[in-house]
Design a protein around this ligand. Sequence first.
Ligand code: BG6
Length: 461
Amino acid sequence: MSLMPLEASDRLVIFGITGDLAHKMTLPSLFRLERRGLLKVPVLGVAFDDMTRSQFVDFARQVISEHVEHFDSEVFDRLAARFNYVHGDFSDPALYSEVASACGGSKSPTFYLEIPPSLFVTVAENLVAVGLTEGDGRIVFEKPFGTSLETAVALNAKLHTLLREEQIFRIDHYLGKDPVMDLLYLRFSNTLFEPVWNHNHALAIMVTMAEDFGVDDRGSFYDSVGTVRDVVQNHLMQVLAMVSMEIPVQDLSDQRADLFRCIPQASLRKAVFGQYDGYLDVKGVKPNSITETFVALELNIESWRWGGIPVFIRAGKKLPVKATEVVLRLSKVPPVFVGGKVRRLKWHDDIVLRLGDDPGVNLAVHVKSPGADAVEPVNLRVDFKTALGEAPSPYEVLLLSALKGDNTLFPDERSVEETWRIMDPLLARTEVPLMYEPGTWGPQTAIDMANAYGGWREPTD
Ligand code: BG6
């Protein structure tokens, strides 16, 4: 699907600039972009809070100084010189006249909506009504984009009555992570990996996203969502696409969509749902809630490259570590004659791609035990931060891409709908999830799920 390229943006307008995500991600990312000399446009904040421009600047200084590593007043003053602020009710058309006059003749503004999804259409309709999306204006939608196949299809259909597909940017912050993009670079820039990256040499693909903390202060949000909607349909499916798609020729989005089309729907029979002990006591969680805080599932990719190879995915809260990892488990070598006898190796070789806070690659291979007539596993490990330095944060990458008009790092309508199609059967679950103890790898049935393929690999960071 080729989209018309958009002009670079001449303004960034952020709806919800005083919210939680803006505190943690957006304002610090704007500061870092300013520091790197990459922010070139005026920034208009829009929120409900009644503040003057100068109160907004004070608020932003406070938030940014609390959330960035090295606060620098000169950088902040340069950023603050870009700021303007408008407040009002997002459902009041009068607000949009004010936004339009504050945009002062912008031809290609970027509107970033970090607001409750129930307001997406209202804000988009109002922006269209005052003519702000004419030309190359674009709207960036924070997740979640839909809550099921049906709602995602309806939301896409509604937005397409207002905007062209190239004007719609759906955020999945995992696609802004350097190590996630690096999956493609690693696979296709090295002779070492590509020849084994298929059903001839692989036994299974395993994806783990573990978090060692709970739902904490997000009880009422999380309880209406659960792990499948929160991180599997979006983040982990995008990771899976990077791991398993074909070589992108022109358009990454086409390869992503093709890959998702090869994945049959998930099945409740091949999924295990868990809930950590103590979840029901979290503020905002419904009594007797059956929302999962852990899921493990098996998928298949019915493509020439991957046919017959299972994909195991697990994600959860209150697990033993915080780590996101992809493992390509390779087939066992045949029995081998070394040291005067035939040996059957117990282990598989694994290629491990670490995507979390400690990005890098491990190769789990086998070598001779020192001084002994035996073989044992060792881990060849590279840390990207040590070897290559710190990567920009996902929101820096994505805000910049949206301003440039580059959709590559944003799931298009096909990807969003396909991933909801794949997950849809899991959303119909009525069974109570299995309880697991915090600090464990979820219910035992989930732990056992990959046993026939050598078992899950424990993350190394
Ligand atoms: C968010 C989820 O989208 O991603 C959170 O809502 C989750 O529940 C977070 O903790 C994980 O992101 P990261 O970048 O910390 O792995």
